[in-house]
Every structure is written in C-alpha cells, then in structure tokens.
Design a protein around this ligand. Structure first.
Ligand code: ADP
Ligand code: ADP
Length: 226
C-alpha cells in the first residue's frame, strides 16, 4: 500500500545541514495499523510530512498506492493529499464557525462533490464515529474527544487510501484518549490503513505494529498484537 526505499531528508539551513532522515525503508500493507514513535528530534514529523505528501524526500523513493510521489510538484502533491490521505492532527484543525457537518463536508468541497452528496456522506461519516446526533454542533460546543471524532470523520469522508494521524491524542485527557483510540481500533477492524505518529509509548502500543525511529533511522520494528 505504501513503500519507502532509502528515504533521506536533509534540511539546508545555510551554514548547517541537518540530516533528519538518514535512510528509511518501510513497507505498510493495506489494512494495517502502524504506529511510529521515537523521542523528540528523532525525525517523526519529517517522516509524517513525507508520508502525508506535505514534503518530498531529498533522496530515495516513496510509492503511495503504487504511484511514485517522490518527485511531484506541490500542485501534484496537493491532489494526492486530497484524494488519498485523511489527516488527523493534534490540534483538530476544525473551523470554529462551521458546524460539525460543514467541517466534515469540506474535503468533499475541494473534491468537487455535489452539495447533496456531500451532506449525505458527511452525515454518514459522523454517524460512523458516533456523532450522528451532533451534526449541527460547532466545535466549541463539543468536548475535545468529540472534536477529535469530528476530525476523524473529516479524514474518512473522502474514503482515503491512508489515514495519517499526527499526535491525535496529544491534546486529550485520558478518557477522550481511550475514546479516540477505540475509534482507531474500529477503523482498523473495518479494514482501514492507519499510520499513527506519537511520542507516547502507551498510545503507540495500541497499534498492531510499532516502528521506533531514532536519529533519523528505524531502530525497531515490532508486531505487538495479532
Ligand atoms: P520529531 O518530530 O521526532 O521531533 P523532526 O522531524 O521535527 O523530529 O526533526 C528531526 C531533526 O530535523 C531535528 O534535528 C530538527 O531540528 C531538524 N529539523 C526539522 N525540521 C527542520 C527544518 N524545517 N529546518 C531545519 N531543521 C529541521
Ligand atoms: P502540531 O503537531 O505542531 O500541533 P499540526 O499537527 O497541527 O501541528 O500540523 C502538523 C503539520 O501539518 C504542520 O506542518 C502543518 O503545516 C501541516 N498541516 C496542518 N493542517 C493541515 C491541513 N489541513 N492540510 C495540510 N497540512 C496541514
């Protein structure tokens, strides 16, 4: 489903070059639930940006759903992101003035889906995450866990190849954290492909497979549950 071969990323900051990724090779099967963990500065964000087609490698190749995205222009990458990746962020990134339903509809607006179909699919996605009765609430009227559920619905609504979650529980209390992780388990059981980036070991262990990144290299790759 996704395949990285010897991916390197160097940041050029004038005098100093920082090698954030130093040769990462990684294959993720469709339907897997993979966590990427590691200490601060190890390269997690850099890897997440490449996985999410927000940036391209300095060297090496990245195939997403069989397509080589390593040399694409920003416009091409934007298209791949819209069509193939559902993002879940630590800060939710919901628009505060819009209802949950409108927030979930947004990716479909960019995809050019008609208003009627947008509404129907957004309702369906919100029902999937257990918020069928909160469609008209604005983010400020929802708990943190519910807001993160809305952003998971927004990530799902385009039927993406990959759900990429970047520290999705970083702003949640322990109850909401359980709640959102339970939702990821449901999505995994339903056959979704999920990559979860987290610095929290307990959260990482919720995945089926845990990759540890240290100093820009994968240092551990372990299947933690059947
Ligand atoms: P993590 O997410 O695990 O904290 P990062 O991918 O953010 O790690 O960072 C990996 C290394 O790359 C660090 O040394 C960081 O300082 C450096 N780095 C990250 N982004 C940039 C950037 N835009 N410019 C220069 N150096 C960067
Ligand atoms: P942080 O983890 O520092 O709180 P976020 O998780 O909100 O930051 O965002 C991680 C990265 O993804 C940032 O570099 C940001 O520019 C990018 N990003 C945030 N929101 C979107 C979006 N809706 N579409 C594409 N990229 C985004």
């Amino acid at each position: 489903m996704l395949s990285m071969a010897d991916v390197r990323k160097t940041y050029d900051t004038g005098a100093v070059q920082v090698e954030a990724l130093r040769g990462v090779s990684l294959d993720v099967d469709g339907g897997d639930f993979v966590a990427i963990t590691g200490p601060s500065g190890s390269g997690k964000s850099t890897l997440m940006h490449i996985l999410g087609c927000l940036d391209v490698p300095t060297q090496g190749t990245y195939l997403l759903g069989g397509t080589d995205v390593s040399h694409m222009s920003e416009a091409e990458l934007a298209q791949v992101r819209n069509r193939q990746i559902g993002f879940v962020f630590q800060q939710f990134n919901l628009l505060p003035s819009m209802t949950a339903l409108r927030n979930v509809e947004l990716p479909l607006v960019y995809a050019g889906v008609s208003a009627g179909e947008r509404r129907e699919r957004a309702r369906e996605a919100l029902t999937r995450v257990g918020l069928g009765d909160r469609t008209d609430h604005r983010p400020g009227e929802l708990s943190g866990g519910q807001q993160q559920r809305v952003s998971v619905a927004r990530a799902l609504v385009t039927d993406p190849t990959l759900i990429l979650a970047d520290e999705p529980t970083g702003n949640l209390d322990s109850v909401s954290t359980r709640d959102v992780l339970g939702l990821f388990h449901e999505l995994h059981d339903a056959g979704r492909t999920i990559v979860l980036i987290t610095h929290e070991p307990d959260v990482a262990r919720e995945a089926r497979r845990v990759l540890r990144i240290t100093d820009g290299l994968i240092s551990e790759d372990e299947v933690v549950r059947a």
